[in-house]
Design a protein around this ligand. Structure first.
Ligand SMILES: *[C@@H]1O[C@H](CO)[C@@H](O)[C@H](O)[C@H]1NC(C)=O
Ligand SMILES: *[C@@H]1O[C@H](CO)[C@@H](O)[C@H](O)[C@H]1NC(C)=O
Length: 266
């Protein structure tokens, strides 16, 4: 089973190496000069003011994320696992990850208490910043969902992820509209893999479109609410659904963390 999380690995900058590389990358490594979300189009300026870029050093995009409020960012667990807060710089308010609207620093990393248990489950994390984010027209929080995603809902993915598997992240933010794939259907397509569970949500449009390396941790938004956080897929756009953390499923965990209650819910 070839599964793969979708963060970019910056081997020389981060020690220990991103565990995503160690555990999840299967297949030969190749470099493609530039690209984007597989398929999709460039996002308009201000299209996704909740989008952030997580950078181990400022100037190198690793993962996406989303602003929940003045102090909290949500991303995938594998994007921040084994990172110290000093290696999680949060770039806000821009369509170009290399041209920050704002730079914020991380005070605390909160992995889900059941991250990767079982394997590839609960791949979600919260990052608390050292300073409050200043909101403006290009920098805004995204609302949490109030209901599960239904078939027929339109879901928008944004990210700086590569255009081809193992490719580099792109300068400009891209967006891609996807459809919801039911758990049963997705589970069937992935041959009942144990890497999928109730905390996952799947999306698909068509072959040639989907999330790719560098999109990990990034937001999937439906009807103005954050419904997913990019987790894993068969990179990239090969005709399989992409698998994300189902934000609705993790609402209690998110709220308890943000309110300072550290109880483990799952
Ligand atoms: C930061 O934002 C929180 C609300 O999220 C607020 O309670 C707090 O007073 C703010 N802190 C500063 C220094 O503005
Ligand atoms: C599921 O199994 C079939 C038959 O072995 C295979 O063709 C297909 O690629 C598998 N699906 C995934 C997502 O690996």
């Amino acid at each position: 089973m070839q599964l793969l999380c979708l963060s970019i690995v910056i081997l020389l900058l981060v020690h220990p190496p991103n565990p995503c590389q160690a555990k999840r990358v299967v297949g030969p490594y190749s470099t493609v000069p530039s690209g984007r979300i597989k398929g999709g189009v460039e996002a308009e300026i201000g299209f996704a003011p909740y989008q952030v870029s997580l950078q181990p050093i400022v100037g190198s995009h690793n993962c996406g994320g989303a602003i929940l409020n003045e102090q909290w960012i949500i991303t995938a667990g594998h994007c921040v696992e084994n990172y110290i807060p000093a290696l999680v710089n949060v770039i806000t308010g821009t369509n170009k990850w290399a041209e920050p609207g704002g730079i914020y620093y991380t005070a605390e990393i909160h992995m889900h208490c059941m991250y990767d248990q079982p394997y590839m489950h609960n791949d979600i994390a919260l990052v608390k910043l050292t300073q409050n984010i200043t909101f403006n027209e290009l920098t805004q929080p995204i609302d949490l969902p109030i209901r599960p995603v239904h078939p027929g809902d339109e879901i928008v993915l944004t990210g700086w992820g590569a255009h081809e598997a193992y490719g580099g992240s792109v300068e400009d933010l891209y967006k891609l509209t996807l459809g919801f794939v039911s758990f049963e259907e997705c589970y069937r397509i992935f041959n009942q893999t144990s890497s999928m569970g109730v905390g996952h949500i799947c999306t698909f449009s068509r072959e040639g479109e989907g999330s790719c390396h560098g999109d990990s941790g990034g937001p999937l938004v439906s009807d103005g609410r954050l419904v997913g956080v990019v987790n894993w897929g068969r990179p990239c756009g090969l005709g399989f659904p992409d698998v994300h953390a189902n934000v609705y499923y993790y609402l209690d965990w998110i709220r308890s963390k943000i309110s300072g209650n550290d109880r483990c819910y799952y």
